[in-house]
Design a protein around this ligand. Structure first.
Ligand SMILES: [Zn+2]
Length: 139
C-alpha cells in the first residue's frame, strides 16, 4: 500500500465516523513494515467524551501497547491535521511521524466558524508551595 492508500483509508474512516453520528475524522497507525496496527474514528458524540479524537485514541493505544522502539517506527495516517489536544498527546506517545490529508486551515475553510475559544488561564502562583511535590521528581 502507498501513503496515498493509507490516507484514503483514513478518509474512509472519517466518512464512517460521520455515518455513525460523529464528527468526520479517522486515523490509522502503520507499523515499520507497512502493516496496519490499529484504526480509529472520532466518537466524541456517541461516546460522550470530548477527548475521543482518533489521533488521541491511537496515541494512547500505542503508548499502552507498543514498545518505544516499535512506536518510533510507526506512521499515523489521518484524515485531518491533528488538533492541539492530539498534538500534545502525539508528542508524548513516541510515534515516528504523522501524515495528514486536510490541513487545519483547509478544515477551517470547510466549517462555518473555526476553532474553540481559549479558556482564560491565570498564574503562576504559590511557587514556594507548588514546587514541593515537583522538586526531585525529574532528576
Ligand atoms: Zn484532535
Amino acid at each position: 500500500m502507498t501513503p496515498e492508500d493509507f490516507l484514503r483509508r483514513a478518509i474512509e474512516l472519517a466518512a464512517e465516523a460521520r455515518r455513525n453520528g460523529n464528527p468526520p475524522f479517522g486515523s490509522l497507525l502503520v507499523g515499520p513494515d507497512g502493516d496496519v496496527l490499529a484504526e480509529a474514528q472520532n466518537s466524541t458524540i456517541t461516546d460522550g467524551n470530548i477527548s475521543f479524537h482518533p489521533e488521541l485514541k491511537l496515541a494512547v493505544w500505542a503508548a499502552q501497547s507498543l514498545g518505544a522502539e516499535t512506536a518510533a517506527g510507526t506512521t499515523m495516517y489521518t484524515s485531518c491535521e491533528p488538533c492541539g489536544m492530539c498534538g500534545g498527546a502525539l508528542a508524548r506517545s513516541g510515534l515516528g511521524r504523522v501524515v495528514f490529508a486536510l490541513s487545519g486551515e483547509q478544515l477551517d475553510g470547510l466549517k462555518p466558524s473555526g476553532g474553540f475559544p481559549a479558556v482564560p488561564q491565570e498564574g503562576p502562583a504559590l511557587y514556594d508551595e507548588a514546587r514541593v511535590p515537583v522538586e526531585g521528581y525529574y532528576t
